[in-house]
Design a protein around this ligand. Structure first.
Ligand code: AMP
Ligand code: MG
Length: 354
């Protein structure tokens, strides 16, 4: 299959050519094909969420396990009514507060949503993206779009069209290239089917922001650490080792000056043993590492820059072909919770405390 790449030049105000590209993408979606497109979180790989056969192609292109359900993306609240049996009160409050935006809500599903989209579950994940290209594509398609991240399963999520091309060229019909995404980590997922909402995956809508709006929110244990095999996480995707770079990644946690010393010690040990070492630092600490391939992941003082660069840095290390990577770590508060969730999963929970 030839994968067509179409540029979106100006998402702030679409040109006539941009509109033509989005219309073309919408017709691919309507005819059961696959289109990768930018959202404010990461690039998504989209298909008609109501067409089981089309949704099945997503699993095939990504090599995604079939029990890992997809998120249905909508462009307005009316579209949700066809997807859900009911909208619980706390779901309505969260939707009003944070949609359109980087938050996914889990609702009881309606009969129209095929089990092929929900991985066999009786619930459906729904999100209304704020990114203009995504919203316009959904609107023009006239159907909700099922869209997981547009990477091969197990690789870091794509934050640029080039990342999508690396993973999906030849496997999907089209890529809408809207440049680098804004946020860089996937949406916050909240299950609102129970009385107390449950955070299933941290993201840019932080725990602090959620509780400010709905009060108590529980945290699914799957986001805190490695899952024992007998526990089923509520978000089936959380049990897979996502976001894995090719090299062994170790997170080093503790007081920053100690972390720097420990990373340098391990980098020296590995270099002397003949390994190629990568180091993930921050703008503030870039000058502290004399050995190895050193990449800054962003500014410690502005965690949104860290989220923005996270997956790109992991992919860069894949391209550099290092054998092991040592990374600084971050606080578990605010956006730091999402950053640490992704980094610790990428590290297979290999965390060294100093
Ligand atoms: P991705 O689209 O790649 O960000 O992955 C979607 C995430 O949403 C996965 O972790 C899924 O397990 C989760 N998800 C999708 N639908 C549901 C659902 N009905 N209940 C719980 N988690 C869900
Ligand atoms: Mg994903």
């Amino acid at each position: 299959m030839k994968t067509e790449v179409l540029k979106i030049e100006n998402p702030a105000q679409f040109t006539e050519l941009d509109m033509e590209h989005i219309r073309k993408a919408a017709s691919v979606i309507r005819s059961g094909g696959l289109v990768a497109f930018p959202t404010e979180t990461v690039y998504g790989l989209g298909a008609n969420a109501l067409d089981e056969h089309a949704a099945g192609k997503i699993y095939e292109a990504k090599g995604r396990p079939s029990d890992n359900p997809l998120i249905a993306h909508v462009s307005c609240l009316q579209e949700i009514e066809a997807l859900v049996r009911r909208i619980p009160e706390k779901g309505r409050i969260l939707a009003e507060a944070f949609w359109p935006g980087p938050m996914t809500l889990i609702f009881p599903k309606s009969e129209r949503v095929p089990y092929g989209t929900t991985g066999g579950l009786d619930t459906v994940a729904v999100r209304m993206p704020s990114e203009a290209t995504a919203a316009e594509l959904i609107r023009l398609s006239g159907v909700p779009i099922a869209a997981p991240s547009a990477n091969t399963s197990g690789r870091p999520s794509p934050t640029r069209a080039e990342h999508v091309f690396q993973d999906m060229n030849g496997k999907i019909d089209m890529i809408l290239d809207g440049g680098p995404v804004g946020i860089g980590v996937e949406s916050t997922i909240v299950d609102v089917t129970e009385e107390v909402p449950v955070l299933l995956r941290p993201g840019a809508i932080t725990m602090e922001m959620l509780t400010a709006v709905v009060g108590e929110v529980r945290v699914d244990p799957a986001i805190l650490g490695p899952m024992s095999p007998d526990i089923r996480p509520k978000a089936p995707g959380m049990k897979y080792r996502h976001y894995a770079p090719r090299a062994d990644l170790t997170l080093v946690e503790g007081e920053l000056s100690q972390v720097i010393l420990e990373i340098n010690r391990m980098a020296q040990e590995k270099t002397e043993a003949g390994y190629r070492v990568g180091i993930i630092c921050t703008d503030e600490t870039r000058g502290c590492y004399p050995l190895g391939e050193v990449r800054s992941i962003g500014e410690r003082a502005r965690e949104e820059t860290v989220a923005h660069n996270l997956y790109g840095v992991l992919r860069d290390f894949d391209d550099l072909g290092v054998d092991c990577i040592f990374s600084e770590s971050f606080s578990e508060h605010h956006l730091g919770q999402a950053i640490m969730n992704r980094l610790s999963k990428a590290a297979g929970y290999h965390i060294q405390r100093v």
